[in-house]
Design a protein around this ligand. Structure first.
Ligand SMILES: O=C(O)C1=C[C@@H](OP(=O)(O)O)[C@@H](O)[C@H](O)C1
Ligand SMILES: C=C(OP(=O)(O)O)C(=O)O
Length: 488
């Protein structure tokens, strides 16, 4: 049985420290995923599978209900109903919004009685700010960071907190620029970390320079100035996912873009009563990868997928390497997002390696890095996934956890400060592999396992519910033999 971590060679550049500090994840509570390699008989013909709504667009659509002038009822169609989006709902309830799940469509109603959340104890605090709602967003950094942005725009006093993992993720990316625009936000525990209290709104028009490529940081600032009706210029280092920009523009807001500079004019906009969420390309990547890894099926189609170019890095990098991936039926949703059908044909035969060495490409596949590394392990050449230093700050240090996961299958992988080298050609084997209770690692491992002979147990793999609750069903629909098993 391969052991987690075995085979990972830490390259010398690894010694550059990211400043995030280290922490251990709690022992897994999630069930395991058990995968028998090989495609189920009878699943090789043309297939069509659908994947859930986009997590990032769902977060933004729900938070739009907090923008000034939002309709009394806001309907979010095709919302992602995974743990990360659900993590935002108790915070919305505590702010006096009711959210009903109407057969997969979320309806957000304003004017409900606030439902207070229970405070999570913190080692540095014996008391909490009085008469201020306490808002906890579980492990979702997008939920926490975007919420801080909105609160700092509307001037709603509140404490924002997260679970033990989120409390270790950086918040200064958000808090510093908001403070520059005059917001009063204080850390209640450790500096730069949750919990924070938002005490007063952004109030000074100005220019902020963001130093990280995080779309969440840019979105927090944009949502704050949009909510406050404040003009601002935001300079940023890389064009990462631009869903907030598209949403505000679709609302009729005055946003213009000049290269890596965004100018918000501080003027009015209208939040519509219905927002449509496209299917999530980062989730479509798993059935597409399974199909390509088998390489024996005729055609796989995933319809209604968001085709925003800032999200298509996984498909584009594989396409550039020679994979048969194309987009069909392209059109636009009401929220300003392009959608279409992702079509995968053939397999990985003829592909040598993959390479990511531009920040914009990395950001266009930032959540798919574990899956790309898993696919790279099946290619003969040497692959490089670079510009990825931000991955150290995800729910796990995903450079390390991705390396440990693929190494547990027998892959040869080296970790650098800013990326991963995967040297192909090593014989891969099924066995017990770790997920580190990180949904992207778990789903990447389970997908790779579908292509290997024998049985793989992805330890704690049921954490896929964070972003893709029906992951196992969708992979089974493509032909995978995968079950959840809590008895292991
Ligand atoms: O804006 C968003 O919704 C997200 C942006 C990305 O994070 P960063 O912006 O921190 O890179 C991504 O990894 C995360 O899953 C969701
Ligand atoms: C990193 C992710 O999400 P977040 O940063 O919102 O926790 C993710 O979904 O892979």
């Amino acid at each position: 049985m391969p052991e987690a971590g075995k085979g990972v060679r830490e390259a010398p550049r690894e010694t550059v420290h990211d400043g995030a500090g280290e922490f251990d994840r709690p022992a897994t509570q999630a069930a395991h995923l058990v995968v028998d390699g090989g495609r189920a008989a009878g699943s090789r013909g043309p297939r069509v599978v659908t994947v859930p709504g986009d997590k990032s667009v769902s977060h933004r659509a729900l938070l739009a209900a907090l923008l000034p002038g939002a309709p009394a009822h806001l309907t979010v169609r095709n919302a992602n109903l995974g743990g990360a989006v659900r993590a935002l709902l108790p915070a919305l309830h505590a702010l006096g919004l009711r959210v009903d799940d109407d057969g997969g469509t979320l309806v957000v109603r304003r004017g409900a009685a606030p439902v207070p959340q229970q405070v999570r104890e913190h080692p540095h605090r014996v008391s909490w700010p009085a008469d201020v709602p306490y808002l906890e967003t579980g492990g979702s950094s997008a939920a926490a960071r975007l919420l801080i942005g909105i609160l700092a725009g509307t001037g709603t006093r509140a404490v924002v907190d997260g679970d033990e993992v989120l409390r270790h993720r950086p918040m200064a990316w958000i808090v510093d620029p908001l403070r520059q625009l005059g917001a009063d936000i204080a850390y209640l525990g450790e500096d730069g970390r949750l919990p924070v209290v938002v005490r007063a709104p952004v109030c000074r028009p100005g220019t902020v320079e963001l130093t990280v490529g995080s779309a969440q940081a840019r979105s927090a600032v944009l949502l704050a100035v949009a909510a406050a009706g404040l003009a601002a210029t935001v300079r940023h280092p890389v064009r990462s996912r631009d869903h907030t920009e598209r949403m505000l523009a679709a609302f009729g807001g005055g946003l213009s873009e000049h290269g890596l500079t965004l100018i918000w004019d501080g003027g009015p906009y209208t939040v519509p009563p219905v927002i449509d969420v496209p299917a999530d390309p980062s989730l479509a990547a798993y059935p597409v990868a399974a199909h390509l890894l088998w390489g024996d099926g005729s055609e796989l189609r995933v319809p209604g997928v968001g085709l925003n170019p800032t999200r298509l890095g996984f498909f584009e990098v594989l396409r550039r390497a020679g994979a048969g991936i194309s987009y069909e039926d392209e059109r636009s949703t009401s929220g300003g997002e392009p959608t279409g059908t992702v079509v995968a044909r053939g397999g990985l035969a003829g592909l040598e390696s993959v390479r990511v060495d531009e920040p914009a490409v990395l950001h266009a596949l930032i959540d798919e890095v574990p899956l790309l590394a898993a696919v790279a392990a099946r290619l003969p050449g040497t692959s490089w996934i670079g510009c990825a230093e931000e991955l150290r700050f995800k729910e796990t240090d995903r450079l390390t956890t991705t390396a440990r996961m693929v190494a547990a299958f027998g892959a040869r992988v080296e970790v650098a400060a800013d990326g991963l080298t995967v040297t192909g050609g090593a014989p891969l084997r099924a066995g017990t592999v770790p997920s580190f209770e990180d949904h992207r690692i778990a789903m990447a491992a389970a997908t790779l396992a579908t292509s290997l002979p024998g049985r793989t147990t992805v330890h704690g793999g049921a954490c896929h519910h964070t972003s893709f609750p029906d992951f196992a069903d969708v992979q089974r629909a493509v032909g995978a033999r995968i079950v959840e098993d809590s008895q292991q």
